[in-house]
Design a protein around this ligand. Structure first.
Ligand code: FES
Length: 629
């Protein structure tokens, strides 16, 4: 039996089978709801209002005439229904972080020797000797001789479809065919031969993030960027973090294929927009490079990710074979090579090896700390001679989940907070200059820091007893502090931080700092040995370093040692797209990183417990914070 769901205010209707949840149906309609727990029914983020019809939620029937709010991931329509999606349950569009090329590459990256560019795909017109009675050798041998300078070897392979039509193609081109070689395959592969002229070819670099996907089109002849587009990963409706995606992929029927199609939909939709905007055709996009964490790459390629989360935490591959665009499902030239940047270990992927190369961290003379903070915090320490890395689960707090009024860094999200002594006055700055609707990761860090400075919370992250301010009150979930009253907020509701929120934040910051300390101690170094800290990723760009140090998330170092490197994952993917030498460098970098698995048996847990304090139980690690007090 199938029924209809009509979504308002989107005015979209989809037909569903009765075993499809409203959350899944919404995703199919292109409406991405906040599915932080991957549909487990535990995060409470995916609520929708039933306006008419009836749904079944955990064996209980709800009817639209009572306008109930139900969790869309647990609600299955039993009749035609009208469903209203409140703004708080929706992933809205947000600014997507591009790489830092507009601001110029970091000097550390620019100091590398200039690489001879050999992009993933290269095209040239070749003049072949015309066969006659004295020179009647076979067509392919003729082509091998003519293409050797471009391919670098006469022993390239030929795409099957092309081989079948080769005799006619060479003659139609009057023995001066336009030929395209795909590199990355071993040996290189001839994937195009035709009568075309010297038209530009394009390649696409993709940053496949757990939360956000960014697609960048580059001219393969000149290396120039033609356009960039980003949006939420449509998988986000099925879990906020990689663990919930793996669980969805392995435990839901057809879950892995479903997630594969969702990320493909995201990339293909972005590509379509980019091609339309730049007047480029699908067929002229001849190569693709993808950087992502291991789970994202597994899911993009449709590979079983289940063993990533099971001891001893093994990915299916760190170095992926090159596939073609048609094998992957990308809507570009079908024989285009698709290169996935190599990963390091179960939770440190090609986004980090690419980022290390792009930012120059992999070639630094001095000890460099590279930090990419998201739901997973990936941390690499080292220099041109050695690198050691780990991933720590910071939890979803910095992405706006797991916090009562948390939201992602979209319009209306609070990103700066100031609190007067005693907690009487609060100043908030929201993204887009609008009224505050919630608070994003950087705002939470700023809030935690401001509340502690104002004496509203103590060093254990709990509200100080006996404060005489109306903002501190007892709420439905215990003690809470009101950042904005309903009359000031963009939602009409009070914006408050609860004790539970503060503890979630404390855990998130403690995980990041514990990861850094564990790496430092494993190589016998201290924070003062770090010459530079490179902060990568979208969240990093909004962080106020002073606040991040004040709460004990980042090491207490002079501000000039911190640098933001933007979307270095996308930058790494573009390097791999455009240069064989950079591909070799990224592969070498991935192999050079010693991967440290953090679990309860490592010193990580001791470091974590020590960091569950503001800024830390060992205050000597944060001298500048002590000085300010
Ligand atoms: S409660 Fe529905 S996705 Fe979490």
């Amino acid at each position: 039996m199938s029924v209809q769901i009509h979504f308002v205010p989107d005015n979209l209707t989809v037909r569903v089978n009765v075993d499809e949840s409203i959350l899944q149906a919404a995703a199919r309609a292109g409406i991405i709801l906040r599915g932080a727990c991957g549909g487990a029914g535990t995060c409470g983020r995916c609520g929708v209002t039933l306006r008419s019809g009836s749904v079944l939620v955990d064996n209980e029937l709800y009817r639209g005439d009572e306008a109930p709010t139900v969790l869309s991931c647990r609600a299955y329509p039993t009749s035609d229904v009208v469903v209203e999606i409140p703004p708080a349950s929706r992933l809205s569009e947000h600014q997507v972080l591009l790489d830092s090329q507009e601001q110029g590459r970091l000097e550390a990256g620019d100091e590398r020797p200039v690489s001879p560019a050999r992009p993933l795909y290269q095209e040239a017109t070749v003049g072949l000797t015309v066969p006659d009675c004295d020179n009647a050798g076979d067509d392919l041998a003729r082509l091998r001789r003519g293409l050797e300078p471009l391919a670098g070897t006469p022993d390239f392979t030929v795409a099957t479809g092309l081989l079948r039509d080769l005799p006619g193609v060479l003659r139609a081109a009057d023995w001066k065919p336009r030929c395209g070689i795909a590199f990355g395959f071993e040996p290189p592969r001839l994937v195009y031969a035709g009568t075309g002229s010297d038209t530009p070819c394009y390649g696409v670099a993709v940053d496949v993030g757990t939360t956000t996907v960014v697609v960048q089109l580059a001219n393969l002849n000149t290396g120039s960027v033609v356009g960039t587009r980003g949006s939420y990963n449509r998988q986000a409706a099925f879990g906020d973090d990689v663990i919930s995606r793996i669980i969805y992929a392995t435990e839901e029927s057809n879950g892995r294929e479903h997630l594969r199609l969702k990320v493909l939909e995201t990339i293909n939709a972005l590509l379509e927009e980019l091609l339309a905007e730049t007047g480029t055709t699908e067929q002229s996009v001849r190569a693709c490079s993808c950087a992502g964490n291991p789970t994202m790459v597994h899911l993009l390629l449709g590979v079983d990710p289940s063993y990533i989360r099971l001891e001893p935490y093994t990915p299916a591959a760190n170095e992926w074979p090159i596939l073609t665009a048609s094998e992957v499902g990308l809507r570009i030239f079908g024989e285009a090579p698709v290169y996935c940047l190599p990963g390091v270990g179960s939770y440190v992927g090609g986004d980090i090896s690419g980022g290390l190369a792009f930012s120059g961290a992999a070639f630094a003379d001095g000890v460099t700390l590279f930090v990419d903070i998201g739901t997973n915090g990936e941390i690499v320490l080292g220099n041109r001679e050695w690198l050691i890395g780990c991933a720590c689960s910071a939890g979803p707090a910095f992405e706006g989940a797991g916090v009562t009024c948390g939201m992602r860094a979209t319009e209306g999200a609070v990103e700066q907070v100031a609190v007067s002594a005693g907690g009487f006055e609060v100043l908030l700055k929201a993204i887009g200059g609008t009224r505050p609707a919630g608070i994003c990761g950087s705002g939470l860090i700023a809030g935690l820091s401001a509340l502690q400075r104002a004496g509203v919370i103590d060093r254990s992250g709990r509200f100080s007893p006996g404060l005489d301010t109306p903002r501190l009150r007892s709420g439905a979930n215990g003690c809470e502090f009101v950042l904005a009253w309903g009359s000031e907020s963009g939602t009409g509701r009070d914006l408050a931080l609860t004790n539970h929120d503060l503890q979630n934040l404390l855990r998130a910051k403690a995980a990041v700092f514990a990861g850094i300390q564990t790496l430092l101690r494993s190589v016998g170094l201290g924070k003062d040995d770090i010459e530079q800290v490179l902060i990568a990723g979208g969240f990093g760009l909004h962080i106020n370093v002073r606040d991040a140090v004040a709460i004990g998330m980042l090491p207490d170092l002079p501000p000039e040692r911190f640098r933001f490197v933007g979307n270095s994952s996308l930058g790494g993917a573009r390097l791999a797209l455009l240069s064989a030498l950079d591909r070799a460098v990224i592969e070498e970098t991935a192999r050079r990183v010693t991967y440290m698995e953090l679990d309860e048996t490592t010193p990580f847990m001791d470091e974590f417990m020590a960091a569950m304090f503001l800024p830390h139980t060992d205050i000597g690690l944060f001298p500048s914070v002590t000085e300010q007090e």
